[in-house]
Ligand binder design. Sequence first.
Ligand code: MIC
Ligand code: SF4
Length: 648
Amino acid sequence: MTSIAKRILIDHLIEGEFKIGEEIGIKIDNTLTQDATGTMAYLQFEALDLEKVKTELSISFVDHNTLQTDSRNADDHRYLASVAAKYGIKFSKPGNGICHQVFLERFARPGKTLIGSDSHTPTAGAMGMIAIGAGGLDVAVAMGGGLFYLKTPKIIGIRLTGSLPQFISAKDVILELLRRIDVKGGVGKILEYFGPGVKTLSVPERATITNMGAETGATTSIFPSDERTKDFLHLQQRDEHFVEIPEGTENDYDEIIEINLSDLIPLVAKPHSPGNVVPISEVEGIKVDQVAIGSCTNSSLKDMLTVAALLKEKRIHKEVSLGISPGSKQVLYHLDNSGALSDIISAGARIFESACGPCIGMGFAPNTDAVSIRTFNRNFPGRSGTESANVYLVSPESAVAAALYGEITDPRKLGNYPNIEMPPALKIDDSMIIEPAEDPKSVEITRGPNIIPLSEIQPLSENLITKVLIKVNDNITTDHILPAGVKILPFRSNLPKISEFVFNQIDSTFPTRSLDVKDEGGGVIIGGENYGQGSSREHAAMAPMYLGIKAIINKSFARIHRDNLINFGIIPLKFVNKNDYDRLLDNDILEFKEIKTALINNDKEINVKNRTQDYEFNVTHDLTEREREIIIAGGKLNYTKQIRLAKP
Ligand code: MIC
Ligand code: SF4
């Protein structure tokens, strides 16, 4: 036997050899996009000039920006709907739910591969799929039938034993893992669950774990496909999609982590990192202003029914504002139909749309200096929409306890754990998923004025003379590089405009300073470890590219962001000697002589001359031949077109 991850990857392997660290190219069965990354992905797909997607299933969701504060947002939705109709893509309308929740309910299938332009795509790993987050351009290429490339990851076996005690839930499992391996412990790895504890977890519980596995930096997470998977698919009236995928055994893994579910206690990730995990007892008593329940991590029917049962016949604390976003139309319908929604409303909660909402700062921003308790997966600074807010990540049970007591509280104080009964059958209604047009030729793409077509990227020059425009610390997230939120998200299809917000929270002069030197050689960014962790938003690479950034020199990169940089022709370089980081200063002029030749020759050390301080140092890279060709061509779009033109 081999691990599940290896079995599925080998099944889909088209190029390369399955050897840890080596690049492999796999066939992609399914793709998903969401609106915030989707507009760009489809502009890129259009640029590939194909008639139709070549995948088994591609689906476009609208869930991130559904506020529609003006016409721009609604225009984007129209654009997405028309592209979907024309190119053979299903379209999930705003209000139908969060992409990962809906995908799990209606589309995920054991044994298949999925890439999605959202970093939480691994949610579908709960169903025994290889589901990976990627940049929009990688998704566009996969829709066109291209392979998806990744470095063969290590497969880490997570052995679950025991069963969850009352008031401890799946969120505490993933928080426990984050407590142990932190936000970069999963880089270059797939986290695969096995052991006797697996069968105690339902698919939605597994999905909470695979979803937030993204926060460890892992390539993806995966569970076996077993009786529980079969039950879930049966409830979704998709019995025919069940395939058994038995779990691996101890010898199948490169490393093993043991988690005894019975030993777990309620945990919380303190501000401002999902890896900053402590037992809830360490923060008990902190006064709470706001509680938010939902997001792709914790918005399943099971989660919502638990919340409703815990709130039943109770009132939330008078100084707390509680907001709840059910994950999908299906969840909301059954919450209502079972009467549980009335329990939530009577307790004093505010009910939000089935969408990402507060998770990405789209409304419900906390008050100044607030303590906000959230069942979400990320608590990066400013992500809630309020820079001074302190966000704590917890389970739904702990969120309810905080809402009722008005302070962070151990949920075990809530008394008896309710018995949650799932409905014996679900009402299946896919009417908000629009099928592609039967006559695609007749479909006109609708483009609002905020949809700005992409401009060409120039191929790499032989020599680069660049200026250090910013020097940042470790663990810089894509929310730092290019924030989201109400003000910025509407510009996701307008690159010139969104570029004005690069590094907004750290140094708002960055965009103008970059544009000043764009025509004189451009700029470089200096970073620390794990640069670009978090979201898959390729805008965090495209906008710097637009501002003339040529290279980024770091101690290490997060996976998706590194791939996005390459896709847009920015060279991801690493210090050979990490101490060279200390010496560099803002405004230093760095010269990369014959860098193009160095990349063609695959020189592992590239000399950089610091003209301002008059010294030299070396940088290195881990680019594969394909990646070097992409950079030299000026990004993946140019590269893909060149290859297609070369092959008649
Ligand atoms: C996120 O959780 O940060 C997002 C918003 O879903 C992103 C996508 C985006 O920024 O568009 C992600 O995780 O990929
Ligand atoms: Fe949406 Fe938040 Fe999930 Fe991202 S993490 S997909 S913003 S709910």
